[in-house]
Design a protein around this ligand. Structure first.
Ligand SMILES: Nc1ncnc2c1ncn2[C@@H]1O[C@H](COP(=O)(O)OP(=O)(O)OP(=O)(O)O)[C@@H](O)[C@H]1O
Ligand SMILES: [Mg+2]
Length: 296
């Protein structure tokens, strides 16, 4: 690994991953093994299926309150979300998935990491392995050197990459939820309404001054976390950096060049799936799919 792929290649890749999340309809069953990634996040659970050449085939995501700080707090809830997402993907593929790869934030105790495996198994999938989240993100970004910052729902994870390997990580409790909290406070609205406002492209420009202090807090977390490591560039991933202007605020506050990945919500899930070994599918059973689940 010597150079990262150009930004345009990353944009194409992420566009393809995002496209399958919104696609409906049945596609030809894969005649070759597939790679499946499951990301159990604080805000969203994402499942993504790739073909053996890493091309996105199917996927879906649901907002779910089943994990906090990388720890599964609602095992049955997590398993049923994964089962629903699996059913949606299977319906689209016309095939039954057999295995999935999972992930965990660095620094989480081994017992909690195992819980991710057990959730996958409870959804009738063999767990083909677990990868730490920054390494999954770097399976997509393919940085030889740099800093990956994952601003998820609950936390900001910082990972320093040197020679293609994650050599240092830190995780601090500031994420998208905190943006929602400040919007709720500033506008005097309930959290659900603040969350809707936050992700509404028509309202984001007006909300930037409200959420800017939280973005500056993320920048301060990054500065502390990287310590004395060299910082060629900061690469932002995670759903929260979809808020326009996030990268600019971090660049201004840190003085380091900063880029937000396109469709940042799907970088880590795509990386988990890329890390998975290709496994055969089985013929499709009769599947019933919940309407709550976004089809992909
Ligand atoms: N378009 C958007 N603009 C702003 N924020 C967004 C947008 N889309 C999603 N988010 C936010 O992204 C966050 C979820 O991101 P992500 O899925 O990366 O987190 P997670 O993996 O569930 O959480 P964690 O990594 O902390 O466990 C939520 O707070 C959500 O509100
Ligand atoms: Mg995450």
């Amino acid at each position: 690994m010597t150079t990262a792929p150009p930004l345009s290649a990353l944009a194409d890749l992420m566009r393809d991953a995002a496209a399958v999340m919104d696609s409906t309809g049945v596609i030809d069953p894969p005649r070759q093994p597939v790679k499946v990634g499951v990301d159990l996040g604080t805000a969203y659970v994402v499942l993504l299926v790739l073909d053996a050449q890493d091309r996105p085939l199917a996927g879906g995501y649901e907002s779910a309150d089943v994990v906090r700080d990388g720890v599964v707090v609602d095992f049955a809830g997590a398993a049923s979300v994964v089962r629903r997402l699996k059913a949606v993907a299977e319906q689209r593929l016309g095939a039954t998935l057999t295995t999935a790869h999972g992930s965990y934030p660095p620094g989480v105790p081994l017992a909690e990491v195992r819980a991710v495996q057990h959730v996958i198994e409870a959804a009738d999938l063999e767990c083909s392995g677990l990868v730490d989240e920054p390494s999954a993100a770097n399976a997509v970004l393919q940085l030889p050197d740099g800093v990956i910052v994952d601003v998820g729902g609950g936390t900001t994870g910082v990972a320093v990459v040197q020679d293609g390997q994650v050599v240092h990580t830190a995780d601090e409790p500031t994420g998208g939820h905190h943006l929602t909290l400040v919007i709720a406070g500033a506008r005097g609205v309930p959290l659900e309404e603040a969350e809707r406002m936050k992700v509404d492209p028509d309202q984001q420009r007006a909300l930037l001054p409200v959420v800017r202090p939280v973005m500056e807090k993320v920048a301060a977390i990054i500065r502390t976390a990287v310590g004395g490591f060299p910082v060629p560039r900061i690469h932002l991933v995670g759903g929260s950096v979809a808020f326009p202007g996030f990268a600019d605020v971090v660049a201004e506050a840190t003085g380091w060049q900063t880029t937000a990945a396109p469709h940042p919500l799907f970088v880590t899930p795509l990386g988990i799936a890329r890390t998975a070994p290709a496994a055969p599918t089985l013929p499709a059973p009769e599947a019933t799919v919940s309407k709550e689940t976004r089809r992909g």
